[in-house]
Design a binder for this molecule. Structure first.
Ligand SMILES: [Zn+2]
Length: 163
């Protein structure tokens, strides 16, 4: 892929950071990850994609952290956002490696922080979750998806200060 830093007509400054995305999906391993290439400098294997926009450019640019910093002239937030995603991803890996207990009924459960977490099978043999006394409505095809759903819920509760 071309290096657009040297291409005329592509602004170097004045970009806005819209979003930072971890292209590794939840529960995905490294070899399954569909990495991207930085649209600005052509650097391959970008995992944390920084989406930037410019008022004079129709297309959103998906770039790496270094290019995002230069283009937005912001040397704080792109790296900070990437760091947050990286630490969330590490927490998720730790979470998925956690050893769960098995109840008498054969369901997996954990007691954490005073909360009872449960994964059980419904009538259609799909997995459902329960956090404390709240039943999740969604059904999941496998245990990993159910565990990720619980992880996301806990992260949400932590953000709200309710965990
Ligand atoms: Zn780049």
């Amino acid at each position: 892929m071309a290096n657009l830093w040297n291409q005329e007509g592509i602004p170097h400054k004045g970009w806005q950071l819209e979003d930072v995305i971890d292209v590794r999906e939840e529960g995905q391993s490294e070899w399954e990850t569909e990495y991207e290439t930085c649209m600005m400098c052509g650097q391959p294997k970008i995992r944390y994609v920084h989406v930037v926009t410019h008022k004079d450019v129709a297309e959103n640019f998906r770039v790496g952290c270094n290019c995002a910093e230069k283009m937005t002239n912001d040397y704080l937030n792109p790296g900070k956002r990437e760091k947050e995603l990286r630490s969330r991803s590490n927490r998720r890996v730790t979470w998925l490696n956690k050893q769960w207990k098995i109840s008498k009924n054969g369901n997996e459960y954990l007691n954490l922080n005073g909360h009872h977490l449960l994964i059980y099978k419904d009538k259609s043999q799909k997995y459902k979750i329960k956090i404390g006394d709240r039943f999740g409505r969604k059904a999941y095809d496998d245990r990993t998806q159910a565990k990720i759903a619980i992880f996301n819920n806990i992260e949400y509760l932590k953000e709200k200060g309710k965990w």
